[in-house]
Design a protein around this ligand. Structure first.
Ligand SMILES: C[S@@+](CC[C@H](N)C(=O)[O-])C[C@H]1O[C@@H](n2cnc3c(N)ncnc32)[C@H](O)[C@@H]1O
Length: 260
């Protein structure tokens, strides 16, 4: 998916649709609990964070309010998402501890070593070239800083027909790595103590529950808000994601590493 298509892809309606199933502020599954899981072993209190692909800023607010980060800078290519992040920042009185910047793909306009933690949730999957982004994360971190990435990964097995249709031929086109190859790319960028955590088991349950909610209690809410065709599409997408998770093809995962 090109970045231009992407900006269109996250329409206000889609952002609302995602939040209705994943929670206010989140454009990816998991919310507050998954954030805790991602940050295991990483000291956030008092740290300066960069959130790459921050979307509408729900995770950034939690990083400041719950995890006590000193400061969070959220960057994203999508101005409409950032406008919502900005509203949340003001609404929650976090002006001193959050800032949001619209960026274009490529080098980011921050000084070397400006951050203690680079965080990213479900945003790197969009990028066809991960290595330059990981090199940029390395440059932006102070020595001893941590990178914390949560993302969608593929299983190592060849794609099933359903996975091929979802990941490459359908409306949702993702540039998916395996968790191991993403970890190797982080090591190649200079990170050490790189550890991975496969979240397929968690996601299988989560995706099944999401599918049940979308075809059950949420269905009429989606029809009323987005129309019957979109409601059916949302249910079908949830069904396919749950199936792909059961097949072991779709494997959300976490990677943490440290800059020496
Ligand atoms: C699935 S959303 C996740 C947003 C947020 N991290 C969350 O979990 O709620 C992916 C985000 O990555 C952003 N993105 C895609 N490519 C990007 C890039 N090259 N630089 C910064 N952000 C990017 C998209 O605009 C989108 O907001």
């Amino acid at each position: 998916m090109s970045t231009q298509e992407h900006a269109l892809y996250y329409s206000d309606a889609l952002i609302e649709n995602l939040q209705m199933r994943w929670g206010a502020g989140f454009m990816s599954p998991g919310g507050a609990d998954e954030l805790v899981h991602m940050l295991r072993g990483v000291q956030v209190r008092g740290a300066r964070l960069l959130d790459f692909g921050c979307g509408i800023g729900g995770y950034d607010a939690l990083l400041a309010e719950v995890h006590d980060a000193a400061h969070v800078t959220g960057v994203d290519i999508d101005g409409a998402s950032l406008a919502q992040a900005e509203e949340r920042r003001v609404r929650r009185g976090l002006q001193d501890r959050l800032r949001f910047r619209q960026v274009t793909p490529g080098p980011l306009a921050f000084e070397d070593g400006s951050f203690d933690i680079v965080f990213s949730k479900d945003s790197i999957v969009d990028l066809p070239e991960k290595a330059p982004v990981f090199a940029e994360f390395h440059r932006l971190l102070a020595p001893g800083g941590h990178v914390v990435v949560g993302d969608w990964f593929r299983g190592a097995a060849p794609f099933t027909p359903e996975m091929r249709a979802w990941a490459t031929d359908g409306n949702e086109t993702y540039e998916m790595d395996t968790l191991d190859s993403a970890a190797a790319a982080l090591r190649a960028a200079g990170f050490v103590s790189v550890e991975t955590e496969d979240r397929n088991a968690w996601f299988r349950e989560y995706a099944r529950d999401e599918y049940e909610r979308l075809k059950g209690p949420l269905y009429q809410v989606y029809v009323d808000r987005f129309g019957a065709a979109q409601a059916r599409t949302s249910v079908e997408n949830a069904r396919v994601r749950a199936l792909l998770a059961d097949q072991g093809q779709l494997r959300p995962g976490h990677i943490r590493g440290r800059k020496p």
